[in-house]
Write a protein that binds this ligand. Structure first.
Ligand SMILES: NC(=O)c1ccc[n+]([C@@H]2O[C@H](COP(=O)([O-])OP(=O)(O)OC[C@H]3O[C@@H](n4cnc5c(N)ncnc54)[C@H](O)[C@@H]3O)[C@@H](O)[C@H]2O)c1
Ligand SMILES: O[C@H]1[C@H](O)[C@@H](O)[C@H](O)[C@@H](O)[C@H]1O
Length: 337
């Protein structure tokens, strides 16, 4: 079966996922596109998929009987109604992170999916599909004994003026929030955010860098540095310290160059390159499950837990206090991970 996909939101990642489905992956094709700005949808149609239909209203794309499954790639704050509409239509839906910008919104999605009685939602937490993180998980599960501490860093070269202090959590830390609880098989119990000296390369609305301190149920202490104007490149670090050893996330493959009396390894600068393979694998997973009328991988529950945790981190940014995190009981629908 070829899964007929409708893509909502044809900005940077919507375009890239459309390219992926059309040119890299098998088992699906994009048949419909929509965007708040119809010119953006038409540009993707013209450049990548001339045969696709452009819908003025994204709600009509979800309802169309030509569309079997939906990709939600619009701005984060708009995800919730589209995911709810896809669930109501019984269609598998891949939703880019965040699932919703508030825990209340993510909760509504979890409830709708539980009421539907079958998994339909995959959240775009692509790091779980990254070969490096998968190797790290294998080692954490088998080699280093009980994890005790995690030191992580998420550095972007620069961000636009529109990127404000809470986005360090909702837009950036959200990846660590998800991937660390997956790596550790644990949940968070508290969050704190402290602010080091501010870089002169930041702008008025952004405190940069930030240090996020998380504690888990099992007592693991985590520090994550978020530094989004680090200047030198795109750099993702993760070190897990266990009672029998220590494991580091592998660096991206790069040529070691000896030249001009220097030993050099090039660094990436663009986030799109860092996890490029994992985007392919996550969407292949989505397509295979969608062909069976369901969804696998990071779930609405994972999106909900991430939203609860990021709400706590934003509160911690504002209050300067340690903010407790408590989770409701996980519905049985999500017991399979
Ligand atoms: N997984 C990742 O690594 C990753 C990377 C980048 C972006 N993202 C996520 O993907 C989403 C999109 O990010 P982007 O970088 O492509 O942003 P973008 O600004 O390039 O594109 C967003 C598009 O959504 C459209 N849009 C806005 N409101 C809409 C609405 N109500 N209905 C339909 N379309 C609407 C905009 O017109 C725009 O074309 C965000 O949620 C972002 O967090 C994830
Ligand atoms: O939307 C992007 C994307 O999620 C990147 O992976 C992250 O490094 C950036 O900080 C964020 O702004």
């Amino acid at each position: 079966m070829t899964v007929r996909i409708g893509v909502i939101g044809t900005g940077m990642i919507g375009r890239d996922h459309t390219r992926r489905i059309q040119q890299v992956l098998s088992g699906a094709r994009v048949v419909a596109l929509s965007d708040y700005d119809p010119a953006a949808a038409r540009a993707v149609q013209a450049g990548l998929v001339p045969e696709a239909q452009v819908f003025e209203r994204s709600e009509d794309l979800v309802a169309s009987d030509q569309v079997d499954a939906v990709l939600v790639c619009s701005t984060g704050a708009t995800h919730e109604p589209y995911v709810l509409a896809a669930i109501a239509a019984g269609k598998p839906v891949f939703c880019e992170k965040p699932l919703a910008t508030t825990a209340a919104g993510a909760d509504r999605i979890v409830r709708a999916e539980v009421d539907f009685g079958k998994r339909l939602v995959q959240v775009g937490f692509m790091r779980r599909y990254d070969a490096g993180y998968r190797m790290l998980k294998q080692v954490v599960d088998t080699e280093i004994g009980a994890p005790l501490m995690v030191h992580a860093a998420h550095r972007n070269q620069s961000v636009p003026e529109s990127y404000a202090t809470p986005m360090a959590i909702h837009d950036t830390l959200i990846h660590e929030i998800d991937v660390l609880r997956w790596l550790l098989d644990d949940d968070y119990v508290s969050a704190q955010v402290v602010f080091p000296r501010r870089t002169r390369h930041s702008h008025a609305g952004l405190a940069d860098p930030q240090l996020v301190l998380l504690e888990t149920k099992k007592g693991v202490r985590i520090d994550v540095e978020i530094f989004v104007n680090c200047r030198y490149g795109y750099d993702i670090q993760c070190q897990i310290v266990g009672e029998e050893g220590l494991a580091n996330l592998p660096e991206p493959m790069a040529i070691t160059l000896r030249k001009d009396a220097r030993l050099q390894n090039a660094l990436l600068v663009d986030w799109k390159e860092r996890f490029i393979d994992s985007y392919d694998v996550e969407l292949a997973d989505f397509i295979a499950a969608a062909a069976r009328g369901t969804a696998v991988g990071p779930s609405s529950w994972d999106g909900y837990v991430a939203a609860i945790t990021s709400d706590a981190c934003v509160e911690a940014q504002e209050s300067g206090k340690i903010v407790p995190i408590s989770l409701p009981k996980r519905p049985a629908l999500y017991d399979q991970g």
